[in-house]
Design a protein around this ligand. Sequence first.
Ligand code: ATP
Length: 469
Amino acid sequence: MGDFHSLGLSDWLVKQCKQLGIDKPTPVQENCVPAILEGRDCLGCAKTGSGKTAAFVLPVLQKLSEDPYGIFCLVLTPTRELAYQIAEQFRVLGKPLGLKDCIVVGGMDMVTQALELSKQPHVVVATPGRLADHVRSSNTFSMRKIKFLILDEADRLLEQGCTDFTKDLEEILGTLPAKRQTLLFSATLTDTLQELKSIAMNKPFFWESTSETRTVEELDQRYILTPEKVKDAYLVHLIQTFTDKHDDWSIIIFTNTCKNCQILTMMLREFNFPTISLHSMMKQRQRFANLAKFKASVYKILIATDVAARGLDIPTVQVVINHNTPGLPKIYIHRVGRTARAGRNGVSITLVTQYDIHLVHSIEEQTKTKLTEYPVEEKEVHKILTQVNVTRRECEIRLESTDFDEKKEINKRKQLILEGKDPELEAKRKAELEKIRKQKKKFKQKIQETIQKKHGQTPRMKKTELAPP
Ligand SMILES: Nc1ncnc2c1ncn2[C@@H]1O[C@H](COP(=O)(O)OP(=O)(O)OP(=O)(O)O)[C@@H](O)[C@H]1O
């Protein structure tokens, strides 16, 4: 493995890297940096925590130092927290250049952002929705001369998930020059490769790590098979065990909805665990504040929705717990990738109910790894089961007495109006879809039960002896 000099980077940049403890290039950096410096478009697919951010930040800074102007580079990323993290890397590595950056994300003041954009920063780091708003409403800045377009977590930006970025992306791409370098990075590019190749036009350099597995070797991947009603008792037991044994560990718990995130946070606090949450129903300033407190280890436990699944780089995270089994392998890959980063060790534990076993199988198939059972003293879990479930119910009642659901409804209606849709019609359509979804789920569960009855349990995944109360 060479050093950063041999990749074509200047002394000042190599020195900046050293100051950050970055001495030797990782494979994604070693392969992508020279191609980018040659002027090629680039698609880089490497595992979580492998240094993809520096793989695009370093060559951009090198080129910027040779011909500095603004706006030189635009980085798009799916989440607001990630935009701040990327901007920070640019700022730290680009300090000797006097780099000016501008962060354009939703939930923050638009006028301030417009003012900053008009000052022609070297680098703009943005989430697509808010930048598209600026493109539509303002003519005080131009991206006609940008040299680099970077899509970080590129596959997420192109897929039509719960937040669909494609329209905003189209609008933004329309304001960029055709002659530019386009760099696309993610740990999971393969599903969207064809679409990505059409964005990166001039015969992109494609680099993918050759490893058979799609998760890192340093990650110990575990599961616990549990009935739904015992999940929370397992969670409390796991956290108790980890916090008893390790002073300096941080834990991220992923859950499926904002409401569940809120309830679990309340519940764990009742058990005196230093817990904080991160989800999209929170005000943006609160989101940033909570993340900062977690990063500073003021709180050791972060409960989050998938808004925190991608990109966040917090070295102290030793454990990731999936309170629900992710429905898609790639979500699993990004979630568990919040630990075991940059060569460190880490553990992931996925709580699996009998109805999620097929999801685990498809995760294993995609990641080319086997999850192994996490040993738990079931007697200990039994002891706290009632107390945990009563506490959870109390938290649910407390949350119901607040305007949490109402706020969610208002937010949704606002969003629909902004998208030019009729909230009433949408509600009817959604109710119909929900009915169909429930019927399908029931049918699926019946089939699963019949199969399990016929064939007995999957031998590797024995059902835990604990029964729901
Ligand atoms: N060459 C290097 N040597 C040592 N550490 C590095 C090197 N390059 C980057 N790092 C560090 O590794 C950590 C992970 O890097 P980064 O966040 O860029 O990962 P990533 O590949 O983008 O992961 P994800 O897919 O989760 O977004 C960061 O803390 C970064 O400072």
